[in-house]
Ligand binder design. Structure first.
Ligand SMILES: *Cc1c(COP(=O)(O)O)cnc(C)c1O
Length: 458
């Protein structure tokens, strides 16, 4: 048997992609202000910017879309989604939203007051920004191993329970509207949490009377990691494991663009009826009527099917197999990454590859620009461009611990030969890393600046 899991699907519709010439690539990235977010998709060959909404839907999902019920209220599509949610996640109430961040916005609008704290292992950037936008303060309490890219801890997304208790004691329960955790931990390398840790987080929050919300964007990948790595779970199905994870929580936000394998959609699920009332009012104001929440009926049907497909074992074996394969290929070139590879992405340690570029000159940005110039590959900087910010008290710049470039793999979209192409291109760059130079900002907005910033090479 081969070391990898071949794609458990065959291709029935294709989307042509084209490799632009090196001259075209140079012109395109210059016009984009050296920000890969501003490139035109037609100028990209392999797009690993994100796994969000970029997956390929199955023929079952496309067929389900044809049955979408576009009634304004009470559509059949809503009830089909409700059935899947009851079966898989088990929370009492839910609303669809147009994306994960819309769910975060609504939850924050309803529960976060100025000066409040919201702890998590690590908040994703949109969660962080939504809490801040309501005057709240997000806090990241992941275990220290998460910051050592070479540490082989099997559950590097775990929250540090000692830190969590100390944090709650320090800021006071009355200043915490709810606690969170992100599964898998996207901002920390797509690393999973163990069931044991999720249980301990729930016990801690509940011990202080705090509601516990899961950011469940990658619940299926996390469930499969638990199956592979945590004693006692090898014989359970990913669905049983997912259900157990959710059974410890009081609600969840979710970007359905991840593990529901749809191009657009989100969910906010919860057990508290009085909060649900306020959620519905906010939803009607921002998204739409509670039975469609900013989506078309057909989107709800695709989501209902996708929630199940993401839990299929052969799919998950292939999915997690892709990141291990790409990681192994990059290692042949001596490229360092966050170890072990995450579920949805590889995180290259650009700080390690480019030690001559200081954090203030954005080593991650330098590598992602070079990946485009070298092979029309698009990745995403997750380092100082995304996270460096002035300390509110001292005004001093605070830099993140790691300078990463994320290669996120869209679900069921690229083949192993695309992964070989990516590994060979980046491997070649790593051999001439010393020649790369840093960048400075030309323009940067205050919140979520990585999306629209423009740069100039140094
Ligand atoms: C993508 C993502 C979000 C935000 O979801 P959108 O659908 O992009 O708005 C929130 N949390 C995590 C962990 C994510 O990966």
């Amino acid at each position: 048997m081969p070391q990898y899991s071949p794609e458990p699907f065959r291709i029935k519709v294709v989307e042509p992609i084209r490799l632009p010439s090196s001259k075209e690539r140079k012109a395109a990235i210059e016009a984009a202000g050296y920000n890969p977010f501003s490139l035109k998709a037609q100028d990209i060959f392999v797009d690993l910017l994100t796994d969000s909404g970029t997956g390929a839907m199955s023929h079952h999902q496309w067929a389900a879309m044809m049955q979408g019920d576009e009634s304004y209220a009470g559509a059949r599509s809503y009830y089909r989604l409700a059935e899947a949610i009851t079966d898989i996640v088990g929370f009492r109430f839910f609303v669809p939203t147009h994306q994960g961040r819309a769910a975060e916005n609504i939850l924050s609008a309803v529960l976060v007051k100025p000066g409040n704290y919201v702890p998590s292992n690590m908040h994703f950037d949109t969660t962080d920004a939504n809490i801040r936008a309501r005057g709240g303060k997000p806090a990241n309490l992941v275990i220290d191993e998460a910051f050592d890219p070479q540490d082989q801890h099997p559950f590097k997304g775990n929250m540090d329970i000692v830190k969590l208790k100390a944090f709650i004691e320090r800021v006071g329960v009355e200043n915490i509207p709810f606690g969170m955790v992100t599964v898998t931990n996207n901002a920390g390398g797509g690393q999973p949490l163990s069931m044991e840790n999720i249980r301990a987080i729930a016990e801690t929050y509940h011990g202080y009377g705090l509601p516990f919300y899961i950011d469940a964007a990658r619940y299926a990948e996390n469930a499969y990691f638990i199956k592979l790595r945590e004693p006692g779970y090898a014989h359970k199905s990913p669905k049983e494991i997912a259900r157990e994870m959710f059974s410890y929580a009081d609600g969840m936000t979710m970007s359905a663009k991840k593990d529901a394998i749809v191009n657009i959609g989100g969910l906010l699920c919860l057990n508290d009826e009085s909060v649900f009332q306020r959620v519905k009012n906010e939803l009607i104001l921002r998204e739409g009527f509670p039975t469609y929440g900013g989506l078309a009926g057909r989107d709800l049907d695709a989501m209902a099917v996708g929630l199940y497909e993401a839990l299929e074992e052969d799919y998950l074996a292939y999915r997690l197999g892709q990141t291990s394969y790409l990681s192994a290929r990059l290692k042949e070139f001596g490229v360092q990454m966050i170890e072990p590879p995450g579920g949805h992405a590889i995180y290259i340690d650009a700080g390690h590859m480019l030690p001559h570029i200081p954090q203030a000159e954005f080593p991650g940005q330098a590598l992602s620009v070079e990946m485009y110039l070298g092979g029309a590959i698009r990745g995403c900087e997750i380092g100082s461009v995304m996270f460096a910010h002035p300390d509110p008290d001292s005004g001093q710049m605070v830099y993140p611990k790691l300078e990463l470039v994320r290669l996120a793999l869209p679900r069921r979209t690229y083949t192993q030969s695309h992964l070989d192409y990516v590994a060979d291109t980046i491997g070649e760059i790593s051999q001439r890393a010393k020649q790369l130079r840093g960048f400075k900002f030309n323009y940067a907005p205050e919140l979520l600046r990585h999306f629209t910033a423009r740069f100039e090479p140094l």
